[in-house]
Structures are given as structure tokens and as C-alpha cells.
Design a protein around this ligand. Structure first.
Ligand code: ZN
Length: 368
């Protein structure tokens, strides 16, 4: 059995048009040549690096069918899907907050969700050991009827609902280490006991008003939502401490049938939309931990779904280290930025501050 890698060239064809930190551009705001920070380049360069290193020959590389209308409707209301499809058929546009799409954006978003859906189904059926879905556009910010943060459909929620509906799993845990809060996934499963949602994120980055630790879920879902807001400047050691002391115990007590990671690389030290100091070795170590948790709790069933990550130069190395850890393939790409990332790590005072914060959160989560 192999590690699956789900991707499709057409996901790189999604485009948002002009941008310059805000929308619309014009007046005094000159558009940036690269357009939206959520450009295809970071993901395409990851794929390029995989081909240059040869790791692609150790993975089960494949595309997938787009998520079906029925699969989309389990998460998104028909009114939203109809508006999205109509605008996509016409000329593209904007239906939410800073999430523009071009003509045909609907089909590309459905394909992006389909990659995550097929990856999770294949792992749950036992066809693959584990899997990575290079989904684009990303999904974790998207609410059922409100696209935001470059996310047009909730890829992971669609994949999970399909798996639950097919009887492939009963309980699924989501670990979101994108630097931004996984507000969409949280909202969709907020009152559900069978899906544990955990988000590690930079506090008050995006969205500004979500991601507080006090948000623990509602009704049957009480206790099945965990937010771990971390201060700007958090580095390698603190990320691993947060995983070991907060994420792993929550996974242990939940007992999932599979673990899905919302895998953003925007907590890396060079991301223009984050202020954290993770390196490729951090994502390797986080993936090793996620894999160990999956092996201990659910037969190794682990699926990583690509979310954000806007450093076109560094995302490929973070992604490659992640795939090395996920697959155990005998291919190794050295991190050309390892020394620089090491030199940028926060000092002992910052680490002690985050340590104390993690201690507070440990006590809080135990009591709620
Ligand atoms: Zn992000």
C-alpha cells in the first residue's frame, strides 16, 4: 500500500484577478503583478520539486472526479451553489469576502473538493495507507453560504460528510495547522459530536473575530471544538509543544476513525500572510506526530488536505518535508533555508510565554 497524492492541473487554473492586499483595486491602489496571494505558483512549485526529487515515483499520483452536487449539498445550501454556478458560468466575480473567482471557478472548486473527498474515501476503504490532496482553491474558511479567505467550498467538510454518509467512518478528527483559524470547518461541525475540530492558529490574524479558545462547541458538539490561538512569533519548539500537550491528548480521548489535517504552510517563517517562525522541519515533525497519532488510534488512516501557504519560494520545501514524513519514501530534499529559519527562532522569553499559555489552555480544556 502506498501514500496517495491527489492533484489536478485544472486546480492551478483557478484565478482571482487583480489584487493588492485589498479589493477592489483602482484609485490609488495599484494592482500587484502576481494578483491574489493565493496564486497557483506555490502549489505548482511543490509539484515541480516532487518531480525533480523523484518522490512522485514513490507516491500513488492521481486525480479524482469533482465532488458531486449531492456531496456539495450536504454542506452548502442550494441557493449558494446556484448563485456560485450562475456567476461562474457568466463571467466570474465575488460572492463573499475577498474570494474572487474567474469563469469556470465553480467546476474548479468542485474538483478541489473532489480531490479531498476521494483521498479520504480511498484511505478509509483501505486502498491507500494515507494520502495528501493538493486542493486548490483551499477550503477551511468557507462557511456553508459565505465564501471567504480565498475559500469557495469547504473541501474538508465535504469530504467528511461524504465519508460519514457512505458509512466509511463514524468519527473523524480535523487538525488544522494553517496559520489562520479554520472558521468554516468549525462552524459546520460546531454542534456535532462525531467530528472533532482542532485549530492551531496565529491569534487574531484571519478572521479577526473568531478562533478564541472559549469556543468549545455547542449542544451535542460541546467539547468537540478546540481552538489553540498562538501569539505572533511562535516557532518550532512551541508548535511541537502545542501538538504534544494539547492536540494529541484531545485526539486520544476522542478516538477517531481517521484524522484529517488542514495542512497550510503559512505558519512558515517567510509567509507574507502570517507572522510565525515554523520551518520545513516543523512541518516534518508535525506530520510525524499526526502519523504517530493515526497509527496509535485509527490504523494509520491520515489524510492531509492542502490549505494556505503563500511563500512561493519556501512552500515547496515545507510540502516536500511533509510528504517525506507522510510516506516514509527514501527521498530526501535538504532545506536550503534551514539555517536562516533556525536563526529566526524566538528566544527563551517567548518560548516561556507560549509554554505558560499552553499550560493555561491545558487546564481550560480539561475543565470544559
Ligand atoms: Zn491560511
Amino acid at each position: 500500500m502506498a501514500t496517495g497524492f491527489f492533484w489536478d492541473e485544472r486546480c492551478f487554473w483557478h484565478g482571482g484577478g487583480n489584487y493588492a492586499l485589498t479589493l477592489p483595486v483602482g484609485g490609488f491602489v495599484q494592482p500587484l503583478p502576481a494578483g491574489l496571494p493565493e496564486s497557483p505558483e506555490a502549489k505548482r512549485r511543490l509539484l515541480n520539486l516532487m518531480r525533480v526529487s523523484g518522490i512522485d515515483r514513490h507516491l500513488a499520483m492521481q486525480s479524482a472526479a469533482p465532488a458531486s452536487e449531492g456531496a456539495l449539498r450536504r454542506v452548502h445550501p442550494e441557493s449558494y451553489l446556484e448563485s456560485f454556478k450562475a456567476l461562474s458560468d457568466e463571467r466570474g466575480g465575488e460572492l463573499g469576502l475577498r474570494t474572487p473567482f474567474g469563469p469556470g471557478g465553480y467546476e474548479i472548486a468542485a474538483l478541489s473538493a473532489g480531490l479531498a473527498e476521494s483521498a479520504l474515501a480511498a484511505v478509509l476503504r483501505g486502498d491507500l495507507t494515507n494520502a495528501y490532496a493538493l486542493s486548490r482553491p483551499p477550503g477551511h474558511h468557507c462557511l456553508p453560504d459565505f465564501p471567504n479567505g480565498f475559500c469557495l467550498l469547504s473541501n474538508i467538510a465535504i469530504a467528511i460528510e461524504s465519508a460519514l454518509a457512505a458509512g466509511l467512518a463514524r468519527r473523524i478528527a480535523v487538525v488544522d495547522w494553517d496559520v489562520h483559524h479554520g472558521n468554516g470547518t468549525e462552524a459546520i461541525f460546531y454542534d456535532r459530536a462525531e467530528v472533532l475540530t482542532i485549530s492551531l492558529h496565529q491569534e487574531r490574524n484571519y478572521p479577526l473575530d473568531t478562533g478564541n479558545a472559549e469556543r468549545r462547541g455547542r449542544g451535542a458538539g460541546r467539547g468537540a471544538n478546540m481552538n489553540i490561538p498562538l501569539p505572533p512569533g511562535t516557532g518550532h519548539d512551541s508548535y511541537l509543544a502545542a501538538f504534544d500537550r494539547l492536540v494529541r491528548p484531545a485526539l486520544d480521548s476522542f478516538g477517531p476513525d481517521a484524522i484529517v489535517v488542514a495542512c497550510g504552510f503559512d505558519a512558515c517563517a517567510f509567509d507574507p500572510l502570517g507572522r510565525m517562525f515554523a520551518g520545513a522541519h516543523t512541518f516534518r515533525a508535525l506530520t510525524e506526530r499526526a502519523r504517530a497519532a493515526a497509527e496509535a488510534l485509527c490504523g494509520g488512516r491520515l489524510v492531509l488536505v492542502h490549505e494556505g501557504g503563500y511563500s512561493e519560494a519556501y512552500v515547496p520545501f515545507c510540502g516536500h518535508a511533509t510528504l517525506e514524513a507522510l510516506s516514509g519514501a527514501p527521498v530526501s530534499v535538504p532545506d536550503p533555508m534551514r539555517e536562516t529559519v533556525g536563526a529566526r527562532q524566538p528566544g527563551p522569553r517567548h518560548i516561556a510565554m507560549v509554554d505558560a499559555l499552553i499550560g493555561d489552555l491545558e487546564r481550560f480544556f480539561l475543565s470544559t
